[in-house]
Write a protein that binds this ligand. Structure first.
Ligand code: 3PG
Ligand code: MG
Length: 418
């Protein structure tokens, strides 16, 4: 059902509680937290500018990381406030709490057209618990509610679900922001009746993450191209050897039934026919989680669908890339979610990059619509400097997958119907 958007609101002089997804990557540099990718902030600027122009008083709420109800200084939104002020070209008043007298005092003193950013809502465990009293407390400083946090809309948390319910109960309006509206349009409406051929490219580590999406898209797509480690679960299901490739042994049935459904529905379902493989060698270096870092040695292309015993598949091979490019070059609509290999390592990035170039080219030259589900595929496109050559890149990771599965997102459901 269609929801109200910011354009439908009269926000002049009103306090607008604006939920944004500013869960951005941060890195510590010289004792300071620095934002390494501000895309999620940049993408909310049109909504903010519109609301400022309308003369609303903007009270921004967001989460950062998973502090689990603790005040975790490295997960403070303070650096985000500074970045936002830079990007907006106006002052952003940061309050180091998200509820309580300090917040009320600051908001009550606000002028029309000004912006306040509240501290990380997940510093309270009540946020993720969607605690009703906490939602009431957040809603104390709000007349209207706007959700521009598509990336967090799959969470039924206080700031995404509880607050709009409180405001609606009081008779206040709850609307989608412009980014939210675009996300729902491209990942939703645009894929309802796509121009054909409709080609879906799916990659990433796990079949289990994507199986519901695969199942749903098998009803719509003309072609599905599979890459990434999840291809090896399909290979194993077909009876091939996968060596040391990452596979989900408990998902073989799921893979088999997807293959059967593709056949039955006459969907072209392509798996890699050659691979770039390498031998894993454990080092004594540890990663952030304390696990030994694996070094990949002796990278090589193999055309045998059976992976060598001591090696793991890490990228699609050149023949597969060529076949995928061929399909992509004829597409009118493309949905891409998940890289074709371990693209962070340039020895295993060529498959992903080749597909990225093909998607960009068919968009630019043939006017195909290319829609990129969030997360790693967006990272890969940006890394290849092709981010501005596709039609749309989602800011949602988990949210875009859940939405593509056909789920109603709680953060969207809570908004006011048109
Ligand atoms: C994301 O980064 O995917 C969103 O901000 C949601 O974060 P979460 O997975 O910690 O709920
Ligand atoms: Mg996530």
């Amino acid at each position: 059902m269609a929801k109200l958007t910011v354009r439908d609101l009269n926000t002049r002089g009103k306090r607008v509680f604006l939920r944004v997804d500013y869960n951005v990557p941060l890195e510590e540099k010289d004792g300071r937290m620095v934002i390494t990718d501000a895309t999620r902030i940049v993408e909310t600027l049109p909504t903010l500018k519109l609301l400022i122009e309308q003369g609303g008083k903007l009270v921004l709420a967001a989460h950062l990381g998973r502090p689990k109800g603790q005040r975790e200084p490295s997960m403070s939104l303070r650096p985000v406030a500074a970045k936002l002020a830079d990007l907006l070209g106006c002052n952003v008043n940061f309050v180091d709490d998200c509820i309580g007298p300090k917040v009320e005092q600051v908001v009550n003193a606000m002028q029309s057209g000004t912006v306040v950013l509240l501290e990380n809502v997940r510093f309270y465990a009540e946020e993720e618990a969607n605690d009703p009293a906490f939602a009431e407390n957040l809603a104390k400083v709000a007349d209207l509610y706007v959700n521009d946090a598509f990336g967090a809309a799959h969470r039924a948390h206080a700031s995404t679900e509880g607050v709009p319910r409180v405001i609606a109960r009081r008779g206040g309006q709850c609307a989608a922001g412009l980014l939210m509206e675009r996300e729902l349009k491209f990942l939703g409406e645009e894929l309802e009746n796509p121009a054909r051929p409709f080609v879906v490219i799916l990659g990433g580590a796990k079949v289990s993450d994507k199986i519901l999406v695969i199942d749903r898209l098998l009803e719509k797509a003309n072609s599905i191209l599979i890459g990434g480690a999840m291809a090896y679960t399909f290979r194993l299901a077909q009876g091939y050897k996968v060596g040391k490739s990452l596979v989900e042994h408990d998902k073989l049935d799921v893979a088999k039934s997807a293959l059967a459904k593709a056949k039955e529905r006459k969907v072209q379902f392509l798996l890699p026919t050659d691979d770039v493989v390498a031998d894993p060698v454990k080092t004594d270096k540890l990663d952030k989680k304390g696990k030994p870092i694996i070094e990949w040695q002796n990278p090589r292309v193999t055309s045998d669908p059976n992976c060598p015993d001591d090696a793991a598949g890490l990228d699609i091979g050149p023949a597969t890339a060529k076949a995928y490019i061929e399909v992509v070059s004829k597409a009118k609509t493309i949905l891409w979610n998940g890289p074709m290999g371990l693209f962070e390592d340039k020895r295993f990035a060529e498959g992903t990059n080749a597909v990225a170039r093909a998607v960009a080219e068919v968009t630019q030259k043939n006017g195909a619509k290319s829609i990129i589900g969030g997360g790693d595929s967006v990272k890969a496109l940006n890394k290849a400097k092709l981010g501005d050559k596709v039609t749309f890149m989602s800011t949602g990771g988990g949210a875009s997958l859940e939405f593509l599965e056909g789920n109603v997102l709680p953060g969207v459901a809570a908004l006011t119907d048109k």
